[in-house]
Design a protein around this ligand. Structure first.
Ligand code: GN1
Ligand code: MG
Length: 373
């Protein structure tokens, strides 16, 4: 905390700062709320260096996107420059920090409370995609392969190999032996989940190939549109997208799909009772209505055709990533208890299975909505 108090002085905040306090529990970054003598508050964030390998490029992307939204008359946060006129401050430990305005009178949620909020969420994601549809600048690919499933398969194979070699190369020393047995049992424990990953491999690669070939066009997308990355007002209307760390030129289908993963499930992404977890068609319908009310105008035929499947793709990818991190002994996502990543993986798999069973219904709902445009 002392750190953050000192760091904040590097940014050109016009009002005198009165306090800097930790805020929320992000999976990736560390976030602080900065209060000042005036009403305006700010967010100070230590960006995660092991996730984001090129933070200056990431901040440049964020600055382009926020300026574009402002030029469209939309609401977004404003980046605060440092005294050296940069969008980030690099501290003595090599850690990167960024600062931006806090948008007042807003709330975030972990999951949707009711159907109106689901529809509003759809409008929010659609609005972000639509505001950026006319952007003709260039964004850096700051997380190469982020939603590229072929890349995730390579990572996954690496993680399985590491876990296997940890057990076969097990050194004899007592302390190491107990560590190894722990990782072997993690892999054994999830062997049926590993099979679930591979049984869908070709299908998922086929979708990615459409993106790689440009059949599904590249556009500016948020790439992390879960519910908690949007601000709501007191009437439960979406104010704007936040957490723009992952903005890149991929496909808006990833934004639609990731949001469906989060809005259409009545439970949080780590809900442990998998029998409760499902893709609720009513929620899917409300979300899609909201999304398409803002985004239908710019989607091409290929995007419309593959919209429903994008939800399966992203849910599958998330299942794979949580499972991989469990096998890797929790090196990426912050966990609250030892089995957390496995619980998350199982929960996402249950959601995926529910989507698979309802894919024809999802497609019917979307075609009905398209008819109204
Ligand atoms: C991470 O940063 P945060 O917590 O909004 C992750 C997303 C996952 C999400 C799952 C850069 O998002 O890809 O979908 O957790 N972000 C990164 O909750 O890996
Ligand atoms: Mg976030």
């Amino acid at each position: 905390m002392g750190d953050a108090q000192l760091i904040v002085t590097h940014f050109c905040i016009p009002e005198p700062v009165t306090s800097v306090a930790a805020l929320g529990e992000g999976f990736i970054n560390d976030t602080f709320l900065v209060q000042t003598q005036a009403e305006q508050q700010y967010i100070l964030q230590r960006k995660n260096r092991s996730v984001f390998r090129d933070i200056p490029a990431m901040m440049e992307n964020i600055s382009k996107v926020t300026r574009h939204i402002q030029s469209e008359g939309g609401i977004t946060y404003h980046l605060i420059a440092t005294r050296e006129d940069k969008w980030y401050h690099k501290d003595a430990d090599g850690e990167y920090w960024a600062c931006f305005t806090y948008i007042p009178d807003t709330i975030t949620f972990e999951h949707a409370q009711n159907m109106d909020m689901v529809r509003a969420g759809g409008q929010g994601v659609g609005l972000f995609n639509s505001q950026m549809a006319g952007f003709n600048g260039y964004l850096e690919d700051t997380l190469p392969g982020f939603h590229n499933i072929s890349y995730r398969f390579e990572q996954f194979a690496g993680s399985l190999n590491r876990a296997r070699s940890r057990s076969s190369d097990a050194p004899v020393s007592q302390s190491n032996a107990s560590m190894e047995s722990n990782s072997t049992s993690r892999l054994e424990e999830v062997s049926s989940l590993v099979d679930e990953v591979y049984s869908r491999k070709e299908q998922m690669e086929a979708f990615w190939n459409l993106v790689a070939a440009g059949t599904i066009p590249r556009r500016v997308s948020h790439n992390d549109t879960k519910l908690s990355n949007f601000l709501f007002d007191k009437d439960l209307q979406v104010v704007c997208a936040i957490d723009l760390d992952t903005v890149m030129q991929t496909t808006v289908l990833f934004d639609f799909g990731d949001a469906v993963r989060s809005y259409a499930n009545p439970f949080p992404e780590d809900h442990p009772r998998v029998q409760d977890v499902k893709m609720d068609v009513e929620r899917f319908s409300a979300f899609s209505q909201g999304y398409l009310s803002k985004a239908a105008w710019f989607l091409n035929e290929a995007e419309k055709t593959h919209l429903a499947f994008s939800a399966l793709y992203i849910t599958y990818e998330q299942f794979l990533r949580f499972l991989m991190d469990y096998i890797d002994r929790d090196t990426y996502y912050r966990v609250r208890y030892p089995a957390h990543n496995m619980v998350r993986a199982r929960s996402q798999l249950a959601l995926l299975k529910s989507m698979e069973a309802q894919l024809p219904a999802m497609q019917r709902i979307l075609s009905e909505i398209f008819k109204t445009y």
